[in-house]
Each structure stands twice: as structure tokens, then as C-alpha cells.
Write a protein that binds this ligand. Sequence first.
Ligand SMILES: [Zn+2]
Length: 533
Amino acid sequence: MVAKKIENNVFIFAVENAFLHKGKASEGAVLGKALSSDPSLKDDIVKLRTHISKAVKDANKLSIDEMETLLRKENPDFFEKKEIAERELPELPGAEMGKVVTRLAPEPNGYLHIGHAVSFFFNHYYAKKYSGKLILRFEDTNPEKESTEYYDAIKEDLAWLGIKYDKIKRNSDDIELFYKHAESLIDSGNAYVCRCPVEKSRKLRYDGEECLCRKNSSKENLELFREMKKTLKQGSATLRLKLDMKSKNTTLRDPTIMRIVEAAHPLQGTKYRVWPLYDFANAIEDAKCGVTHVLRSNEFQQRDELQNNIRELLGMDSPHIISYSRINLEGTPTSKREIQKLIDSGKVSGWDDPRLATLQALRRRGIVPETLERLAKEVRMTSGSTTISMDALNTINRKILSPTAKHYFFVPSPEKIEVKSKGTFYIPKEDAKSMKKGEIFRLKDLFNVKFIGKGEVEFDSDKVKSNTKKLQWVSSDSIETEILVPETGKTIKGLSQKEVGKLKVGEIIQFERVGFAIIESTGKPIKCILSHE
Ligand SMILES: [Zn+2]
């Protein structure tokens, strides 16, 4: 009987999760929910997992409509709770008012994208919520990949996002500290210098086999580490952590924590030639900065254990780590390598091409920072896959812009018409072509005209008549305007009303019957990019 009840609850949880993730419920999420609803279920976790596995499969088979029908019947609170929950993000585990420290930890090796923005908003949100601190920390210990332009670009993007941090620091300022910790690990027999060729150590790591370097004494290792800092060539030696070569988590198979890099660092130049790898630097810095909560996407999940291990060996506390799925934008890559490929092949014009998901591209396209913040609150910190469609992003942006965006008339492919004693006007060619003799049209918000013959119209009346087709128009003082449509790469050429000429670069407006657009450049013609309809 009890078992039956659990089975049913688990199925409802699975359907809820499937509903939230468009038919892709995750076993992990359902397990978490089940355990928090009844911690005693832990006692028979094997059985519970079997129930969940089946429930998730069954739930994922339902259509979204079937899920909704079922949930409204079985758990009507779900929809109400969901709406309330969307407004605020959940509490953080172990968070104390005034004591929470979160961090933004970008590597200055490329431009930020939508995934960074969402992640940054989470960290910003919690630092604010608990009156804590937010640190911007550059993870810049990979001299070959990093460049000064990216430090500035990241700060610029953060300013645009409206994210203020309390402190800024760079891992590359702490190289001496990393040396100190490396030496203490060597000293305690927890790290050794490996001089095996890359291929060999890769194979040994894959096979779960130890190499002979592992047997060297601490004294020998300290001497070799000193040699690394002075004369050894890049690639000829690395410092590895002595963990477990047979671990199922392959990141724990004696990972490299420091290596020789002879290239100049953008800020430190050639002052150092031994550099920490990401996990080593990151683990130490999180502890050193007093970070209490690490909120990051789950591509790092495998490394959490390694980072916690490093801190444990150094006698440091570990923060709470909260992982969530990384945000992608449908149809456009966020990985640096893939974007670079598109740029190199000429398929996109650069990092700020409005079809991309970099923050520079989104900003250039007229997506406002509030949209990304709201997106973060809507997607929340889920473990399921999170691919956002461009349409969903546009819908949020439209909702934010609509109440305040100024409206303007725009006439594509303008056709001139003379209205006797009223002046010269331009209307869209397409409208002009569809006119029939004697038909009455309204120049929107102005007056009605009657079509006489090709290019000839006459004033009809002022009165608004129902069923009269309304046309966009501009007068003879209108200005040449071009609107780039990012998806097609095509430009709509036309005339906009003269007030558009007074707008500044970066203003986002609404062209009636076209959509929202951002001013890219003023001058003749005025150039805009279409944000969305
Ligand atoms: Zn070795």
C-alpha cells in the first residue's frame, strides 16, 4: 500500500518535471524531489531509483497537453506554485544574511555569451538577496589563450548588464601563492613532478596506470619543481596531484595542476613560466576569496570533486556548489571554437554579428539586459537541458520594450503620390500596386484619399471610416532608412518619418508594421537592425 503511494507520487513528480522541461524529465531532478518530500525513502534508494526510472520514461511519453490535464487533476496546486515560484529564485543552502559571497569567474579568452549572462545574474541575484558580496575574478592563468582586449570587453559587458561587483581580482596576481601551495603539496607527498611525454601519460591515465615518476621522493620533486620554474622546457614536465589512478571520475586520475608555459602572459609578461591549471587555481581562489556559494553550469560538475579534494589537502573549506544546466540559444553556437569557425569562414561578420548569442551581438541586435535577467528567472537553475529559442527570447524582449518604445512610420520601397493642395507623400509600393480606381484609403492618423489612376490620388475626407485600409506614409521631409534583418541578411530600404533623424545610436524603437529596431548608425541613410517583430 505504502509502496503504491510512493509509486504514484514519483510518477506525479516525473510528470511535473517533464512538463517543465518539454517532455524531458530528468531522473536526478525527480530523485531530489522525491527525497525532499520523504527523506526516509533514502533507506531503499535502489528500489526508489527503479520506480523513478520507470516513472520518467512513462512521463516523457505523454504529450504536453496530457501532462497538463493529468496535473490539473492530480495536483492542481502545481500551476499556482509554479507561477509564484517564477518570481523569485529558491533559497540557497546554508546561506546566512550578510555572509554570502558569490563570484563571477570568467576567463579573459573570449567574449561573453548568453550563458555567462544568465550565470552572472544568478550570482548577482544571491549576493544582493543576502546582502552579501560579489567578486569579479578573472581566471587568467592560461597565457596562451588570454588577451588584454577580453578583460576590458568583459567589464564592458558587465556594465551593460547592470551587474555591479564589490571587488575585482585576477588569479594571475597570485602566482606566488600557487607556488607556495604547490610546494606544500609536494612536501606532504601529495604532488609529484611527472616527466613522461604527453602521449604516454595520457595513455596511462586512460588505462588507470601509475607512472614511475610517482615514486620520486618529496625532495627530488621539490628540486624538479624548482627546475620547472627555471630551465625545463615547456611540455617536458608537469606537476601532478597524487590522487587515484583508478578513480571512476577520470579527473581524479592524478590531474596536472601546474605546467610550464613559455608564452608571455597579457598582464604578467614573462615573469612566470610555471602556471596553475584551471582546477588548481579555481579551487584555491574560491577558498581564499571566502566564496560561500559557487553557482555555475554543470559542465564543471565532474570537477567539483577534484576541487574539493584540492582544498581538503590544503586544509581549506569548500563552498556550497550549485550546478545547473548551461543555457544555449537555439540555432547558434556559444562555444568559442565554433564561433571562430563561422567568423573565419565568413558565415558571420564577427563576434558581434547580430545572429550570434554573444552579449555584444545581442546588445547590437537590441536585446536589452532586462530580458536576460528575466530569462534567468524563467529558466531558473534546472539540471535539464536548457535551449532557449530565439522566439522565446524575442517574446520577453518585446514585453519589456512595448510599454516604452516610441513608434515611427516606415515606408519600404516608397512610391510617391501627390495629393492636390496637400503635398507630396510616400506610401509602400506594395500598397500602391494593390489600389483600385475609385477606392478610398486612409493615410494613417491623417486623412482619406481616393485613388484616381496610376500615381494619382485626391483628398477625400478627414473622417475615419471603418473598413478603410490604413496605409503607412511619410511626407517629403522623410529620411532614407535601411533596416537589416539579421536572419536573412537582407536589408529593407525605405523612408522613415523625419523624427527618426533625431534619434541616437543604440536607441530601440518600433517601426509600425515592421517591428522593433535599434539604431546602428545615424547619417544618410540611417541604418538600423531589426530586433524582432
Ligand atoms: Zn610520469
